[in-house]
Design a protein around this ligand. Structure first.
Ligand SMILES: NC(=O)c1ccc[n+]([C@@H]2O[C@H](COP(=O)([O-])OP(=O)(O)OC[C@H]3O[C@@H](n4cnc5c(N)ncnc54)[C@H](O)[C@@H]3O)[C@@H](O)[C@H]2O)c1
Length: 448
């Protein structure tokens, strides 16, 4: 049911958003555990074998107007999102396995489910990838592109995008490939021109993830980053995103431990409870865990996971409560668990007059089951951003921080990590682009 059918008027703002007609092509970099769980899940939902649990775009509602109006349509009925039946997948991987084979290898979904989906999943075969072992030490790719330099490799990805564009109406790219070694921006990332020169000169500061992102943004294709890699978090690629109206967002799917952290930490802060230590450890045994076993890839992940607490607690504003937090994160590769990650958090807090207390969180999660709906929502919302005049050329879509461990912001702004502020920001952005009233939760009007 559309908002018009519910008695609402379609606003001028809503009229400006291009409709989601035709096919949405999703190009996934890395057809591993997360990607195959997303693709198989979308097909299972399309065939009514399962429900899209965990996906805000598919199951979430949005309140419009006053609480007494009782108007809370599904988000997908309120904003024009691509229908799952119109989503077409393709992707790249460094191994030749098709999506069925890769999903079977990842062992996230049971054999019975996969066998039902096998005829479809087998049809999605990876394109040869851009890969360099210098940036992901633990993998040895065999299904890779060869080129005379990084510019040549970017052109090959652009050719892949153009070929795919001929078969669909719109395209979005998402990185669900491995975590690269820790990299910081250098001179090559300062401008589009410097970056393009770096592609020609095979600059070491340009990893494969930036080659894919450059190709996407050059083609006006929105790009999401599921890993903590530097990728679009650079001046050059932000500029390219704006220039070509190709929306980008932050990085690293916020799924397990950080998801819990960005729920709990705001609660402590809201009640002015102090925190002296937060020790987080994990065991996981999938390929992601194997890659993160390399210290240089772990460093990239660690930086991404560490950021949230400092920003939420604002120790400079609350030195008595948060100045000396000891925050430690460990990820241990433990093959027997496969994708079923187990995370422990020990939180040392203190209350009235400084008396100490402890909280223990033990999350027995399924990594890719949590990540798949996040990846899907990012793709669908980035496609919406691309069709929305007020969003498509602003570059960073801060309203999508809700899904990411490392939100990206305009220069000079601190990132907002609090999950509930992020959720409010996302929903208010949807209201805003549709011309509906924003909800501030003030609520005094009910007491007039
Ligand atoms: N599952 C989660 O909860 C979660 C949360 C946050 C971030 N992530 C990140 O998402 C990414 C994917 O996780 P996963 O569990 O699916 O890992 P995975 O190892 O199962 O899949 C990654 C895939 O990417 C491929 N790959 C590596 N480099 C590539 C390249 N240059 N081009 C194309 N393909 C390449 C690998 O061959 C592999 O198939 C990882 O970076 C992980 O850190 C996952």
């Amino acid at each position: 049911m559309s908002i018009e059918e519910q008695g609402g008027q379609k606003t001028a703002a809503a009229h400006q958003i291009a409709p989601a007609t035709g096919k949405l092509g999703v190009m996934v970099v890395g057809l591993g555990a997360v990607a195959t769980t997303m693709i198989a899940g979308v097909e299972a939902v399309r065939r009514r074998l399962a429900k899209p649990i965990g996906s805000l775009t598919q199951m979430g509602t949005i309140r419009l107007g006053k609480r007494t109006d009782n108007k809370s349509p599904l988000i997908k009925d309120f904003v024009p999102l691509a229908d799952l039946n119109d989503v077409v997948f393709t992707g790249w991987d460094i191994f030749e396995d098709n999506v069925y084979e890769s999903a079977a290898h990842a062992k996230v979904l049971d054999k019975e489910t996969l066998d039902q989906l096998k005829p479809y999943l087998q049809t999605i075969k990876p394109l040869p990838a851009v890969f360099d072992q210098y940036y992901v030490k633990r993998l040895h790719g065999t299904h890779v592109k060869k080129g005379k330099n990084k510019r040549d490799l970017a052109d090959q990805v652009i050719a892949d995008i153009r070929a795919f564009k001929k078969t669909v109406d719109r395209v979005v790219m998402i990185w669900a490939a491995s975590t690269e070694i820790f990299l910081e921006p250098t001179a090559v990332h300062e401008s589009i021109e410097a970056f393009e020169a770096g592609l020609e000169n095979d600059d070491i500061g340009i990893p494969p993830s930036q080659i894919y992102a450059y190709a996407a943004l050059s083609e006006g294709v929105p790009f999401a980053n599921g890993a903590p890699n530097l990728t679009v978090d650079t001046r050059a690629l932000i500029e390219l995103s704006k220039r070509n109206a190709a929306p980008i967002c932050g990085k690293d799917f916020k799924t397990g431990q950080t998801f819990m952290k960005t729920v709990l930490a705001p609660a402590f802060k809201a009640r002015m409870l102090g925190v002296s230590g937060w020790f987080s450890t994990n065991i996981l045994g999938n390929r992601d865990g194997e890659v993160l076993d390399d210290p240089q890839s772990f460093k990239t992940k660690e930086e991404s996971k560490l950021g949230s607490l400092d920003y939420i607690f604002q120790p400079e504003l609350y030195p008595d409560l948060y100045k000396d937090i000891y925050h430690k994160i460990r990820i241990n590769y433990y093959p027997p668990r496969g994708d079923d990650k187990e995370a422990w958090d020990n939180i040392d807090i203190f209350g009235w007059l400084g008396y100490p207390m402890q909280i223990k969180v033990n999350f027995l999660c399924r990594d890719s089951i949590l990540a798949a709906p996040v990846a899907l929502d990012l793709v669908l919302f980035l496609d919406l951003a691309k069709r929305t005049p007020s969003l498509r050329s602003i570059g960073i879509q801060e309203w999508l921080s809700f899904y990411l461990k490392s939100p990206q912001t305009a220069a000079g702004l601190y990132p907002e990590h609090d999950l509930f502020i992020q959720s409010m920001k996302l929903k208010n952005t949807l209201r805003h682009i549709m011309g509906a009233g924003l909800i501030t939760h003030l609520g005094l009007e009910y007491y007039d």
